[in-house]
Write a new protein. Structure first.
Lengths: 208, 208
DNA sequence: CGGCCGTTCAAACGATCGTTTGAGCATACG
DNA sequence: CGTATGCTCAAACGATCGTTTGAACGGCCG
């Protein structure tokens, strides 16, 4: 039988883990399958056997994390959206908190950097994949922002969300100047990042 | 004689122009010397002859634009820094306006995207080059921000500047959702970008 | 036991990368 | 005129890339 859908486990998981690490460190083009499979302790051909191609592997790295992440984002949003006492902070929390919790897992934190890279690289294939599969999430959040900021024109709101996205991508990826101090745990640092980010975003979104 | 410092002009300029375009479109690794030299209409070996290596070419692309850009930034800052009536808007103007003027030139606008890529790619060599050669510019602006925002702790200020940097990089690079509408000139669009950016940054920097 | 099938493996494929080479060209100068 | 010099050119170098191949392995079932 031709290799079917198979969740063998160990080899696929090892590849996905190593891919997350190396993609975060060197980018999608920068990380070669030889480095990747060596890091995972598997044979070079295993990637094409289990995933079909390098591009499919990249998509799978995203799918594995984003499916769960965005489900939790939408659930958090649904529990507050439309309520009269909901604040901007609540909506931003709903977006950022699931990403923060993902970072409990060490490799989950890495994924945030992979995600930031996807935005930075101008690869249209990848951007289209993200837009098609997860665009509805951003649309739902945008709708709730629009409800909470009725004084803003649609254009003005889009501008501000766009700028917030830039700050968020920058901060969550760890690309900026701010580095975690050695006496602060990874978990505490990301919590701090989220706090700064939320207050910053609220100010940027709601200024007159 | 071994090839000396030589400003022959045409060939070097054509290479730099094509490099700016292709680096902006496909990244530094993504743009090959063969594509680049073909676009420039010069021989493949010309890059290594005139610049020594691809890495040196990348540095030269930055140096050509950043030298002039940051000189104008520092001049604009010097003319307002320390004055009692100077506002946050003034300082942000001093930083953003020269970049905006650079975009008068079409290829100048491209350079903004090249710059954003440099921040996104995690290449330590390039980041170090930028930090060593142009770090003093960011330091001067940070000092002026500190003067205008005395109520902020040093740490708080750094966080906010970092987030502003993210938004700025995102917006100036054209990576975001916001696309120029066909009935708006490139010049007007970048002016609009700057206006949104400055108001957004002021709100993000100065919120209580 | 014997055959099957999912998986792993070393090896090779062709393509493309940055860089180097050495001949060829044109201009300037003794 | 003849030689040196700055530059361009086609061709090749070795390295590395993603992908493919076909043999070998190993557990499971008839």
């Amino acid at each position: 039988m031709v290799p079917p859908v198979n969740s063998s486990g160990s080899t696929k998981e090892r590849i996905l883990g190593a891919a997350e690490l190396l993609f975060a460190q060197r980018g999608f083009d920068g990380a070669s399958l030889r480095q990747l499979t060596a890091a995972a302790g598997v044979n070079l051909a295993a990637v094409n056997y289990h995933f079909g191609s390098k591009d499919k592997l990249v998509e799978e790295v995203f799918r594995r994390r984003l499916d769960a992440l965005n489900e939790r984002r939408l659930a958090a949003l649904a529990s507050i959206a439309g309520a009269p006492q909901t604040t901007l902070e609540d909506v931003l929390e709903a977006f950022i908190r699931p990403a923060l919790d993902l970072s409990h897992d060490d490799s989950g934190a890495l994924f945030m950097r992979v995600l930031a890279r996807a935005f930075a690289e101008h690869d249209d294939t990848l951007r289209q994949f993200l837009s098609v599969n997860y665009g509805h999430v951003m649309r739902q959040f945008t709708a709730e922002f629009a409800r909470l900021l009725p004084q803003l024109s649609k254009e003005e709101l889009y501008w501000r969300i766009d700028l917030v996205t830039g700050a968020l991508t920058h901060a969550m990826s760890g690309f900026g100047m701010i580095q975690r101090k050695s006496d602060v745990s990874e978990r505490a640092h990301r919590e701090q990042t989220a706090q700064h980010l939320i207050r910053f975003a609220v100010a940027g979104l709601s200024h007159p």
